[in-house]
Design a binder for this molecule. Structure first.
Ligand SMILES: [Zn+2]
Length: 875
């Protein structure tokens, strides 16, 4: 051999050694106490690399599962939905081959455990495990370990696994957030060097916005299990409800400097509806995880972190339904390898832990099969007897102002297997009238009793006041739908439970009219208005109430009503009518046909208070210094619920863009640290020239600090001074700061419903979500404050008395003119997690109704404007 060739070969060998130094082979991962069927394709056969060498792409993960389903008679694959970005959502059913012949029967045997007539038999019913992975896409060790777990399920041979598969149905959901997993895999892989860079400051370990954690619209899907606003959650919950598993796993990652965590979590922070026995069973499985990790000397901890309180999280949702939800948290390599205080954290190591605990969960649950199945049956028995013993028999919910909000709420209940029945007679409960046709009864006596209690809870005091997530999520409050407990024994309802309508029931548009009108109350009225503007239809909006003569007699209309006149249309009236008909049907709106411009009461159709609506062009600041979640929520709401295209501009580019393209700028929560004085001056000039800027939380604060918004936020010291700090011990620190925060609760505000920003709101009181101490001083000058916190503002969840006292009467919504433009400020997030249908319209109002806001923060400007208006009127 030539010398050169031989040294090249040595060099190649060295290169190979470097690249493979971190690679772990399949055999390294797998337990060696079983044999593996050699005919089952290995992950590397499909991926082209070993598990952990690269971050698996979602399409590769899907492909591998499909290949296993083709090769293994233990596997069945289903496509249960698609993500926003159209990635398939998978569910693999894994069991003994002979079980597939009677899968439906096995499912019925299992779900019958919830039957109060005790038709289910825990001795013979199959155990059901829901194995879910990486709901946070940048916590990828879970999904990458599902490759190994699936291989094991398909290939492992021997008595132990075969018996397990006979007794068990495994529902394998390898990626709970495909769009996020795909985003992070792309990020990590594109930055991978041949020589892995473990420096935590290296770009691979520091993602930009949006991070892989979130789904397409930047939502945390591990908060959506209850709210079901996203396709990933809806598909998953349908599977969950269909199967009612005994155990559900939820594999995550945490900070790189940590070790490994599995539940039980902090004992005092579990949901009060979760039985003690649930914790005991969780602890039972923990012994199996611990034994495995002890064997290899790996570090872990339990009970010190992560609460199990909010039922919209994957590890808590199952706990109130007779199942055991288990959270696993692995220290993240967030990339291929990263330095930590404990040494080097390598991706394959993180995958190993998740794989091992997948097996310990599965075998641990199987060895204690009887305990889990008995517990499940007892859970539902206990739920029925608690329902019988409760001091009320159910909830009445109803709202005749807006079927859209009410139906979306009922739809969520329906997806969770909760039945609601239409009232057949009007009743009054607790001083509220519930009308037949727009009211429903949710009886406690049904399988989902415990979940119902968790959904409708308005608890305000708790065992432990520190919350990892929200403490209040009362569904009817979020939807601004009145509800009461019903204590009577008899109530007239329909026999069949509510189900979603399969087709639109919107009536036909009357043939001819002077003008058409629809109310602003409906949740989708803003979308209909936007659709009309997009169709180049001339639209007017009423700033005052009126009654008009219509084809069905005299009809009263509230302020905010949208009117389409025959006058000023740029296209034939018949064409306008056809388009309006389509838009009204699509948004399920009832449209009245007005026959004359002269109205019996209030403003006429040609009034100056019937304001022409202009097309909007909305921009939102995102990226550095802006809150990713709130940006996503505003984007989602405007895009999906209002059909408004939103230009998203990075804060870093603000100084270089042409602002004249936009009519509205949205600034959600954030510090906006990278906007300077010049940027503020520019924004102020743009507003003075007619722009509308809308702030939310920190966005509003920034506007106030930069003299765009004329408002004063309550200083932190005002809250701080209220708290007594004498006699605090060192170990009171966590609970003290837990008390100081408002981590997420529902507050009540009083709306000035005569203000344009409140048009379309059915009542003066509105529940809003609050997760900060942001609040504005109520200005002495009248007409600026639109909503104030109630004297006792807390409606549901935890907030310390000291904080509530400061917040009472403070301003939550404030708006004013600035030059020719408008400034609108919200203290809170009005679209929280996309399920606050009740307050979301504030954002639409800030967009479409801003031109109706008249007062300026500078009273002399108001006086001048009034004089100008008077002069105009005098002509
Ligand atoms: Zn996570």
């Amino acid at each position: 051999m030539h010398k050169l060739l031989s040294s090249l070969a040595t060099l190649a060998a060295i290169i190979l050694m470097t690249t493979s130094a971190h690679a772990k082979t399949l055999a390294d991962y797998l337990p060696d106490d079983v044999t593996y069927d050699p005919s089952v394709p290995k992950p590397a056969d499909v991926l082209g690399y070993e598990v952990g060498e690269w971050h698996v792409r979602h399409d590769q993960l899907v492909r591998y599962m499909e290949v296993l389903a083709e090769h293994s008679d233990r596997f069945q694959i289903e496509y249960t939905g698609r993500t926003h970005e159209q990635r398939p959502l998978l569910l693999l059913t894994v069991t003994a081959p002979e079980n597939f012949a009677n899968l439906d029967e096995l499912r019925e045997q299992h779900t019958a455990l919830a039957d109060p007539q005790r038709k289910g038999d825990p001795e013979t019913a199959p155990l059901v495990l829901y194995m879910g992975y990486s709901i946070h896409g940048d916590e990828p060790s879970g999904s990458n370990s599902s490759l190994l777990y699936a291989y094991y399920l398909a290939a492992a041979q021997g008595e132990k696994i075969e018996q397990l598969l006979k007794d068990t149905i495994i529902l394998l959901d390898p990626s709970l957030n495909p769009d996020g997993l795909a985003r992070f895999a792309q990020w990590a892989n594109q930055h991978k060097s041949q020589n892995l860079v473990a420096d935590p400051q290296h770009r691979e370990h520091v993602q930009g916005t949006p991070r892989g954690r979130v789904n397409h619209y930047w939502f945390d899907l591990n908060r959506d299990w209850l709210l079901l606003q996203h396709p990933e959650s809806r598909a998953r919950i349908a599977n969950f409800q269909k199967w009612r598993p005994n155990v559900l796993t939820d594999f995550h990652e945490m900070g790189t400097n940590s070790t490994f965590f599995f539940q039980p979590g902090i004992p005092t922070r579990r949901n009060p509806n979760t039985p003690e026995e649930n914790v005991e069973l969780t602890a039972k499985l923990a012994e199996y995880h611990a034994a495995k990790l002890d064997e290899d000397g790996r570090l872990y901890f339990t009970e010190e972190a992560f609460d199990d309180f909010y039922v919209g999280k994957g590890s808590t949702y199952p706990d109130v339904q007779g199942a055991i939800g288990i959270l696993f948290e692995q220290a993240s390599s967030r990339g291929h390898a990263q330095d930590s205080i404990n040494g080097l954290v390598e991706f394959p190591f993180t995958i190993q832990n998740q794989f091992d605990t997948s097996l310990t969960t599965m075998f641990g649950a199987h060895e204690n099969k009887q305990l889990f199945l008995d517990y499940q049956q007892r859970f539902f028995d206990a739920a029925y007897s608690a329902a019988k013993k409760a001091d009320f028999s159910g909830y009445v919910v109803g709202d005749n102002s807006d079927p859209a909000r009410l139906h979306e709420m009922l739809n969520i209940l329906h997806q969770h297997g909760i039945r609601a029945y239409a009232l057949e007679r009007d009743i009054e409960v607790g001083g509220t009238n519930y009308a037949a046709g727009s009211s429903y009864y949710v009886p406690l006596e049904q399988e989902q009793y415990t979940l119902i209690r968790a959904i409708f809870t308005t608890d305000k005091s708790f065992r432990d006041n520190t919350f990892y997530d929200v403490s209040g999520w009362t569904l009817p409050m979020a939807f601004n739908v009145p509800f009461n407990t019903f204590k009577g024994r008899r109530i007239n309802t329909s026999d069949t439970a509510w189900t979603p309508a399969t087709e639109s029931t919107s009536p036909e548009l009357p043939a001819d009219a002077y003008a058409y009108a629809f109310e602003w109350h409906n949740y989708f009225s803003p979308r209909a208005l936007q659709n009309l503007l997009e169709a180049d239809i001339h639209v007017r909006q009423a700033d005052k109430s009126f009654s008009a003569l219509t084809t069905t007699g005299e009809v009263a209309f509230d302020p905010g009503t949208v009117v389409v006149t025959r006058a000023y249309q740029s296209k034939p009236w018949a064409e306008v009518q056809a388009q309006l008909g389509t838009i009204a049907a699509a948004n399920n709106l009832e449209v009245s046909a007005i026959t004359s411009g002269l109205t019996p009461k209030g403003i006429d159709i040609g009034s100056g208070n019937m304001r022409p609506v202009e097309k909007v062009s909305v921009m939102m600041l995102v990226g550095n210094g802006a809150n990713m979640y709130e940006g996503g929520e505003a984007w989602y709401y405007l895009d999906r619920h209002v059909d408004v295209p939103v230009s998203m501009i990075d804060t870093d580019r603000f100084g270089r863009i042409d602002l004249s393209r936009y009519t509205h700028i949205v600034m959600v929560d954030g510090s906006y640290y990278n906007l300077d004085k010049g940027d503020a001056d520019r924004l102020r000039r743009w507003v003075r020239n007619g722009g509308v800027v809308i702030g939310q939380q920190g966005g509003s604060r920034w506007l106030a600090e930069n003299d765009v918004l004329a408002a004063k936020f309550i200083e932190d010291e005002v809250f701080e001074e209220k708290f007594d700090t004498t006699n605090l011990r060192y170990d009171d620190m966590d609970s003290f700061y837990g008390k100081r925060r408002v981590a997420g609760a529902i507050f009540g505000v009083e709306l000035d419903t005569s203000h344009p920003l409140s048009f379309g709101f059915p009542r003066t009181q509105l529940p809003v979500f609050k997760d900060s101490l942001n609040a504005m001083e109520t200005p002495e000058q009248p007409f600026l404050s639109v909503a104030k916190y109630l004297a006792e503002p807390l409606l549901s969840g935890y907030a310390a008395k000291e904080n509530r006292e400061v917040l009472a009467g403070k301003t939550a919504v404030l708006a004013h003119r600035l030059g020719r433009g408008r400034v609108v400020a919200f203290s809170d997030d009005v679209n929280f997690r996309a399920f606050f249908y009740g307050s979301a319209k504030l954002l639409s109002n800030a967009i479409y109704l801003a031109p109706a806001i008249r007062p300026s923060a500078n009273p002399s400007e108001d006086a001048a404007a009034a004089a100008e208006a008077a002069a105009e009127a005098a002509h």
